[in-house]
Design a protein around this ligand. Structure first.
Ligand SMILES: NC(=O)c1ccc[n+]([C@@H]2O[C@H](COP(=O)([O-])OP(=O)(O)OC[C@H]3O[C@@H](n4cnc5c(N)ncnc54)[C@H](O)[C@@H]3O)[C@@H](O)[C@H]2O)c1
Length: 497
């Protein structure tokens, strides 16, 4: 049965202000910005922008709330987190719709996001008993000293969200912070804050006031959070460029960061790969449904020369059949737009650079012509695009495009191919297609990435660490490490004699 979505008015938040200390509050500077529907380019409504003074008030309140929340029992925290998860599942359709209309991603594709967030809330609720320390032998006789450690929450945590899956990231990433006994200030993406505001409405009253706070805003809000002395850790799901800015901002107060950043990920195909699986993997790995806007998108495809032409022909056949750009809130739409005009221009600029640098356009390469005379003409769409004959020095070979543009490299020499695979500054994901375990293992140990699939693409597995090496970030999410990242170890030494 096709999914049923509520009317759009029911999905959109009725509040457009700041949510902190358990209530909706007007921004002190009365600043509101338009937020757009990327399918049409038209405004949906206006949303409050938190200033540094708003951040100050919200963080003070979150800090007060922390002093009580840190003392709550396992059962109390679990009850709140499970309740939040159940609410998200119940409202999956409207949250998907709120994100679809504001991000441009197809609504049917966003339907799973509520479950993903709910699963994280349940998962981290279940992990709370793992917040434990250890007893340790020391340098003196055991009857002279007792040494042990305890894990304590750290305080207020700021969590900045990326624009591709706003409420899924907000819902899932608040879980670890709150489960560990901290309070959280979530900053939704500037381009698409509406689903996070709806999330705040739905979860209003689930946690004590001040535990969950949602502050829409731009760089001023972000900077104020990253530099605030009462914010004890700052985390970002976003681009490498923003990650560097936040790391610098956090440095003044020597705040630790947890950065989940971009990727320029490689899919490596060997001649012995199962060609059917590989073709599906090349298509699905690009996440064309949300216009390539995924950190894990396998946007560099290394095809062995012996299978290169066959695979590409079949990939294009599937793309032509599978992806129809359209209105994001229409359940029949299979491909969305970019999130903003800025993003669309950036992608078109990369396409222009590929032409200028001599790559060969194999498919797509511009705005979808079929939308030109429709109500979507002002939308931020770009066709699924494939370039072949890509050389390592080209911009499309080195930089994250965060759009529906795939760069294909034929290869014959394994060590030269690996050199190119590892030649970018990113290191998030990688995928290897082969039927030979020894080949797979040889690649696994040499590919510079934090997360590697074999004969698979795109999937995340809750409880399996996700994160990058090199400039793709630090820390690991979706696992016990994420929970522990929001605690500090305290060592206790008791003199017994
Ligand atoms: N590693 C992951 O798990 C993961 C997941 C999704 C997206 N991403 C990455 O996110 C990027 C796309 O998302 P985006 O376009 O929203 O990224 P972005 O870097 O432009 O923005 C991310 C967030 O940072 C905020 N921000 C911007 N400037 C700031 C500042 N000076 N101080 C504090 N906050 C600031 C934005 O408002 C937004 O909330 C891509 O690079 C993608 O690969 C990574």
């Amino acid at each position: 049965m096709p999914p049923i979505f509520p009317p759009l008015e029911q999905a959109l938040p009725s509040h457009h202000d700041l949510f902190y200390n358990g209530a909706w509050r007007k921004p002190l500077a009365s600043t509101y910005n338009d937020t757009l529907n990327p399918s049409t380019g038209k405004p949906i409504t206006r949303v409050a922008q938190a200033s540094a003074s708003d951040v100050d008030a919200a963080v003070e309140a979150a800090h007060e709330a922390f002093l009580s929340w840190r003392k709550t029992t396992i059962a109390e925290r679990q009850a709140c987190l499970h309740r939040a998860g159940a609410i998200l599942r119940e409202h999956a359709g409207e949250l998907a719709l709120a994100d679809a209309v504001n991000t441009g991603n197809p609504v049917t594709e966003m339907l799973v996001d509520a479950n993903r967030a709910a699963n994280s809330l349940d998962y981290f609720a279940g992990l709370i008993p793992m917040l434990r320390g250890e007893t340790l032998p020391g340098p003196f006789p055991a009857d002279a000293y007792l040494h042990y450690t305890v894990r304590e929450p750290i305080g207020v945590v700021a969590r900045f969200m990326a624009s591709n899956h706003p409420f899924m990231f907000a819902g899932s990433r608040m879980a670890s912070v709150i489960a560990a006994g901290n309070t959280v200030v979530v900053k939704p993406p500037d381009q698409a804050p509406l689903s996070c505001l709806r999330l705040a409405e739905l979860l209003d009253g689930v946690f004590p006031p001040g535990v969950l706070n949602i502050l829409p805003g731009g760089p001023e809000c972000g900077q104020a959070l990253a530099t605030h002395p009462l914010v004890k850790k700052v985390t970002l799901i976003g681009s490498v460029a923003t990650g560097k800015v936040i790391q610098r901002e956090a440095a003044d107060t020597l705040k630790p960061t947890l950065l989940e950043l971009g990727g320029k990920n490689a899919l490596i195909a060997f001649p012995d790969a199962n060609i059917d699986q590989l073709v599906q993997g090349v298509v699905n790995g690009m996440n064309f449904a949300w216009a390539g806007q995924s950190c894990g998108s396998l946007s560099r495809v290394f095809l062995h020369k012996s299978i290169h032409d066959e695979v590409l022909d079949r990939v294009v056949q599937i793309i032509q059949h599978k992806y129809r750009p359209g209105l994001s809130t229409d359940p029949a739409t299979t491909m969305g737009s970019l999130v903003s005009k800025v993003a669309q221009d950036r992608v078109l600029d990369y396409i222009a650079s590929a032409h200028a640098e001599g790559a060969k356009l194999f498919h797509g390469g511009g705005k979808p012509a079929e939308l030109a005379e429709t109500e979507l003409a002002g939308g931020f769409f770009v066709q699924p695009t494939i370039f072949t004959d890509v050389l390592p020095h080209m911009r499309i070979a080195r930089e994250e495009i965060f759009g529906p543009v795939m760069s294909v490299f034929p290869w014959t020499d394994e060590s030269e191919m690996l050199r190119i695979v590892n030649s970018t500054s990113y290191g998030l994901t990688g995928s290897i297609f082969t039927r030979d375990l020894a080949t797979a293992q040889r690649m696994i140990s040499q590919v510079e990435a934090g997360f590697v699939w074999v004969n698979e693409v795109g999937k995340h597995f809750l409880n399996v660490p996700f994160g990058g090496v090199k400039e793709s970030g630090n820390g690991r999410d979706e696992c016990l490490d994420e929970l522990l990242a929001f605690t500090a170890v305290k060592s206790v030494n008791i003199k017994l004699q």
